[in-house]
Design a protein around this ligand. Structure first.
Ligand code: CMP
Length: 492
């Protein structure tokens, strides 16, 4: 083809190709690094066509003018292909460190090939001496190379990504960058911590951001021994619902984890979506614990030395003495109405406070028993197993009593009594009860009335599993019989 025509076609075609690649780089920015070397390479080809008559220069140095832009173009193309391949396999862009390694290796091979082909450089002896030089340099650069290879290993294994919160050894931080030599972390204080790669590789790495959100943490709180665990757990659960930044699912968990010198320890596991939020969330939890515990009268014990000082005075000073509370509770009970103040005090002295959590069985049907219970707070459910099915008989509330049947008749427990809520009780044993009845036989009459009603309800339920309780005409008789039995039992 005519040289003039060839130049006439090649120049606009070359310019068009440069424009096309510039346009492509604008749409797909990954191709941007190709634009410069492509323009240079095209310029070199056009220069060759226009000034060199289309023949490749004989001189090696002149050839470099053409070869170098092509080498740059080729290496950048290889890096782009490597990035695409890496992204496809790992799901994320390769770190800058790996890009650099790929380019250095590609340049080394390309320059070696050029040196061999155009400058007649024999590479074999060079490679042999380079082994010796390599060993010397390797020794000198032991640490640097160690860091480099550790960095490559870290990237290949990918135990973290840029932006992840990690713990390396005993240091926490957010990964800002991983370079040839080191990993750069941003600490909680906003400082930059640079850890050499080989040190990172030597330590175990805890990644707070993988595999996925939410992650959880634990706060432990110690509470005094007086507060029922269910109360503490329900107060903690309700305050956790109010902590901003915690996801609705999974819900926080609260566990009692141990009895310590002056405290019961509770472990609260809460969840959060972003690791850098956890300190704020934890501070909110502690802050809310103080307010909620204060409102619910739950004391957070002071350190041991203070506990003695404060517990001896402060809490008791504004609390009602247990004995007075018990006398007041006993006075609320119809059954004990006939008792004089003195008798009530004696009765109270024989009572023992008990606490049950919701769902716990207080009395087991069929078990022997000779204690009497008075409900101070909460509710219980009385049930009986009839025909293989547990059937509720009654729900007793504050001020009511139970357990009188076995105590007064010496029979086995007639029903099961379960705490329907958290329950505070007072219990009285047989000698204590005996003292009260002997002093006030009228109580025996009242008890026998209630007892006969309950007994009748029991036998009615036993007779008809589905029937509701209806008082019957035989109740008077039953009551008399029970009364006689009580009197005989207590020698009244
Ligand atoms: P006791 O048999 O000692 O233990 C179980 C208790 O359940 C029993 O005494 C009563 O106090 C109580 N109880 C049994 N039946 C009824 C009922 N129908 N209504 C209320 N309480 C009952």
């Amino acid at each position: 083809m005519n040289h003039g025509l060839l130049v006439g076609l090649a120049v606009p075609a070359g310019l068009l190709a440069i424009l096309a690649i510039a346009r492509l780089a604008r749409v797909r920015p990954v191709f941007r690094p190709l634009v410069g070397p492509f323009a240079l390479a095209t310029g070199a080809v056009l220069g060759l066509l226009v000034f060199g008559g289309g023949r490749f220069p004989e001189s090696g140095w002149l050839a470099l003018v053409f070869l170098v832009p092509f080498l740059i173009l080729l290496v950048r193309g290889i890096v782009i292909a490597f990035q695409a391949l890496f992204r496809r396999r790992q799901g994320a862009a390769p770190p800058a460190l790996l890009d650099s390694v790929v380019s250095v290796v590609a340049y080394a091979i390309g320059l070696g090939a050029i040196a061999h082909t155009w400058f007649g450089l024999e590479l074999t002896p060079f490679l042999a001496t380079s082994a010796v030089v390599g060993a010397v340099v390797g020794l000198a650069l032991q640490d640097t190379l160690g860091n480099l290879f550790a960095g490559i290993a870290l990237h290949t294994e990918a135990p973290f990504r840029v932006g992840d919160w990690v713990r390396v050894g005993d240091r926490d931080g957010r990964v800002d960058q991983v370079s040839w030599r080191a990993m750069r972390l941003q600490t909680w204080d906003g400082d930059t911590l640079t850890v050499p790669n080989n040190e990172v590789a030597r330590h175990s790495i805890l990644n707070y951001s993988l595999p996925r959100s939410p992650h959880s943490r634990v706060v432990t709180v110690g509470v005094n021994y007086h507060t029922p665990p269910n109360k503490v757990i329900s107060v903690l659960a309700s305050l956790l619902e109010q902590v901003p930044g915690t996801p609705p699912e999974p819900r926080p968990t609260i566990r009692m984890v141990g009895f310590h010198d002056f405290t019961i320890h509770y472990e609260v596991r809460y969840f959060f979506a972003a690791y850098d939020e956890y300190r704020r969330i934890e501070a909110d939890i502690y802050r809310l614990i103080w307010y909620h515990f204060k409102r619910h009268g739950i004391e957070i014990p002071f350190p041991v030395r203070n506990v003695f000082l404060h517990q001896a005075e402060a809490p008791e000073a504004h609390k009602e003495a247990p004995a007075t509370r018990l006398e007041r509770a006993l006075r609320q009970i119809d059954l004990f109405r006939p008792l004089s103040d003195e008798e009530l005090r004696t009765a109270a002295a024989r009572c023992r406070p008990l606490h049950y959590a919701a769902g716990e069985r207080i009395i087991e049907e069929g078990a022997p028993g000779d204690s009497f219970f008075i409900l101070d707070r909460g509710e219980v459910e009385v049930s009986k197993e009839l025909g293989g099915v547990r059937r509720p008989l009654a729900r007793l509330m504050e001020g009511q009593f139970f357990g009188e049947m076995a105590l007064l008749t010496g029979e086995k427990r007639a029903a099961t009594v379960t705490a329907a809520t958290d329950v505070d009780l007072f219990t009285l044993d047989k000698p204590g009860f005996h003292d009260i009845i002997v002093g006030n036989p009228a109580i025996a009459v009242d008890i026998s009335t209630i007892l006969s009603e309950r007994r009748e309800a029991l036998s009615q339920a036993e007779g008809d599993l589905t029937a509701r309780f209806q008082p019957t005409s035989s109740r008077g008789e039953l009551k008399e019989r029970i009364l006689d039995r009580i009197r005989g039992y207590f020698g009244l």
